[in-house]
Every structure is written in C-alpha cells, then in structure tokens.
Write a protein that binds this ligand. Sequence first.
Ligand SMILES: Cc1cc2nc3c(=O)[nH]c(=O)nc-3n(C[C@H](O)[C@H](O)[C@H](O)COP(=O)(O)OP(=O)(O)OC[C@H]3O[C@@H](n4cnc5c(N)ncnc54)[C@H](O)[C@@H]3O)c2cc1C
Length: 171
Amino acid sequence: LRMYIGRGTKVYLLPLRHRGQVSFDITALCPDGAWSPEVSRDDVLATVEGFDERLVAITRGLDMAGVNVRAVYDIDPVETWHSDSVVLVGDAAHSMLHHQGQGANSAIEDAGALADALREASSVREALARYQAVRKPETDKLQAISRQGWSEEEIEDVFPGQKPADAAPKE
Ligand SMILES: Cc1cc2nc3c(=O)[nH]c(=O)nc-3n(C[C@H](O)[C@H](O)[C@H](O)COP(=O)(O)OP(=O)(O)OC[C@H]3O[C@@H](n4cnc5c(N)ncnc54)[C@H](O)[C@@H]3O)c2cc1C
C-alpha cells in the first residue's frame, strides 16, 4: 500500500495481487452530501492538483465510466454502547473513516471481546459494561486517528458551521 496525503486529500495505491490489478483510490472532502456525488474528470484532476506528476498522469488517463464515486462518513464517538440487554458492535458503535483499514478488524475484535465478557461476567448487564470498558478506549483512538489528515480548518472550509456527520443526507 502507498498513501499520499496533501491538502485534505488522500491518494492510495493498493495492489490487488489476486486480480493482477492496482486499486487507485482518491479520498477528498466534498460539500455534496449525496451518497454518489456527480464528479467529472476535471473535478478529480482539480483534487489531485499539486500531487506528484505521476499521480496526476494516472488521474488524467482514468476511464471515468469505470470510476466508482461514493461518499464515506464517520461518526463521533458514541458515549454508551449498551442498555442492560442490547449492545452495539462494529460500525454501529464506532464507524470510522477507512484510512487505517481498521473498521472491519475492530468489529471482529468487538465480537471476541463481547464473547469473552459474556463468558466471564456474572450477568449480561455486567458483561456489556465490561465489553465497552475494554473496547471503547481502543476504538475512540482509532476513530480519531482515522480522521487525521483533515484539520479542523479544512473541515470548516468545506463544511462551514457543520460537523461532517451533519452533511449526510437526511432520510
Ligand atoms: C471504502 C472503505 C474501505 C474500507 N476498508 C477497510 C479495510 O481495509 N479494513 C477494515 O478492517 N475495514 C475497512 N472498512 C470498514 C469496514 O467495511 C466496516 O467497518 C465493516 O464492514 C463494519 O462491519 P459491521 O458488521 O459493523 O457493519 P456492516 O458491514 O455495515 O453491516 C451491517 C449490515 O446490516 C445491514 N442492515 C442495515 N440496516 C438493516 C436493517 N434495518 N435490517 C436488517 N439489516 C440491516 C446492512 O445491509 C449490512 O449488511 C472500509 C470501509 C469503506 C467504506
């Protein structure tokens, strides 16, 4: 994996060895809150302006018909993950941006920690509290790290007066 970061934009090159392909992924702040924003080649070129010329050349050569454009969102840490009998795991508890590749990994670790807590605690209520106490400090950190690269000023510039989560389309 290679990642290039600048001005709120991240560019990844991810080898897909089993397919003999390379995934070329650009993540940028976008004021359009749609799940699938309309993006032209010129928009994408403007996003990578100032990056290494090889990245600009790859972008210029993209077949836009084969480019998948989708929105990604994260959430602020959730204070409580459980009631006495219902509990959140995975993205429902701590959805994070994908930049550290930790979302699915965290969901799997949640499941393991929850199983351990249910085995060890003397009640469901105690198990759920124990599970949260073990996992939340880890995922709070991962959520913060996964947001890094976009400063508060950059977020304010694109989403004035809003938090990124507020930019999601309302159902
Ligand atoms: C672009 C991108 C790249 C990523 N790369 C990585 C990576 O490299 N490594 C990594 O670890 N993670 C990565 N992730 C994150 C990972 O995909 C998620 O963290 C993970 O899928 C979360 O699993 P989950 O089971 O909690 O939620 P989900 O996978 O979202 O599962 C929730 C399920 O519930 C279903 N559902 C929703 N509402 C209802 C309903 N009302 N009734 C019934 N079913 C419902 C949904 O259809 C879905 O199938 C990436 C995410 C993105 C967007």
